[in-house]
Design a protein around this ligand. Structure first.
Ligand code: TA6
Length: 288
């Protein structure tokens, strides 16, 4: 049990034997192990020296999701998915170190000078026997409204992505299909399978719970609060092989299920707080 810190990362160890590793760079959870098995996909080509966002685990997307909007200029100058995943965070406090869970809070540094807003951005990661919870807290410290998007870009490890099915997004949910050039679509309620590239932004998902069945009797339940939307992404071979830091065939070994506030911008009034939470529960395969 406990919390261990090196110069680069924090490791949470739970009494059950479960563990999680968080890189200070991007506050990226890079590993989540239960019974010795890894449940976060981390590309073997991921850059871990702080010179690029980490390819895998749980990158924190903030203050924009995807490419920047065309205005205002301070947002238009941002890079894909914003800067939080490229900042070096610090361990702020150990919140819990007990049988119920091990929990730490990380704090982000101030934004780059070109982004003239004042806010507090903190991130709480909690590990229990079969659960990993990640909570983003944003407080507006300015005298005017602050607009942002936020998302947890979970790369969930699966044995074979072609065997999985994703449920929980019911009929009638609107989504933007980025593979179809951003066309607006509506779900018919059937389970999502990955038979090619999938890149969809599901808006305002009722129930806020998405389940991944790994096709072998195991998988994940991803519950979220505060976050309203959920992105499902897998690049498949053609797009995946063009991603420089993606290991060969890596796209077969994960699916991204990403709760976020991304179909619109969240606006916080001065002093107002936002809390976006997710809990990933592991469903262990009986075949193991
Ligand atoms: O969340 C899905 C997505 O926005 C995809 O469009 C894809 O580009 C992916 O994120 C990875 O983005 P990255 O900037 O990490 O290469």
């Amino acid at each position: 049990m406990g919390v261990e810190q090196t110069g680069k990362s924090i490791t949470l160890k739970h009494v059950s034997g479960a563990s999680a590793e968080i890189y200070l760079y991007g506050a990226t959870v890079t590993s989540w192990k239960v019974n010795g098995r890894e449940h976060m996909f981390l590309s073997k080509k991921a850059v871990l020296d702080g010179s690029a966002a980490i390819r895998g685990g749980v990158p924190v997307v903030f203050p924009i999701f995807g490419p920047p909007p065309s205005s205002p200029p301070e947002y238009a100058a941002l890079t894909n998915h914003g800067f939080a995943r490229n900042q070096t965070w610090k361990l702020d406090q150990i919140l819990l170190d007990r049988d119920e869970g091990v929990s730490v809070r990380l704090a982000a540094p101030p934004p780059p000078e070109s982004f003239p807003y004042h806010y507090d951005l903190t991130y709480v990661v909690t590990l229990a026997a079969h659960q990993l919870s990640c909570d983003i807290h944003v407080v507006n410290r300015d005298s005017e409204a602050f607009r942002f998007q936020a998302l947890l870009h979970n790369y969930l490890a699966v044995p074979d992505v072609s065997q999985i099915s994703i449920s929980g997004i019911n009929a009638g949910v609107n989504y933007k299909d980025k593979v179809l050039g951003g066309s607006e679509e509506e779900t018919d309620g059937s389970a999502i399978t990955i038979t090619g590239e999938v890149d969809r932004v599901y808006a305002k998902v009722p129930g806020q719970e998405v389940c991944v069945n790994d096709g072998q009797g195991g998988g994940y339940k991803v519950r979220f609060r505060g976050f309203e939307d959920c992105v499902i992404w897998n690049p498949a071979a053609e797009t995946g092989s063009k991603i420089a830091d993606m290991e060969d065939g890596g796209w077969n070994r994960y699916v991204c299920v990403e709760p976020g506030f991304v179909s619109q911008f969240k606006s916080l009034e001065p002093g107002q707080k936002f809390l976006g939470q997710e809990t990933i529960t592991l469903v262990e395969s009986p075949r193991l």
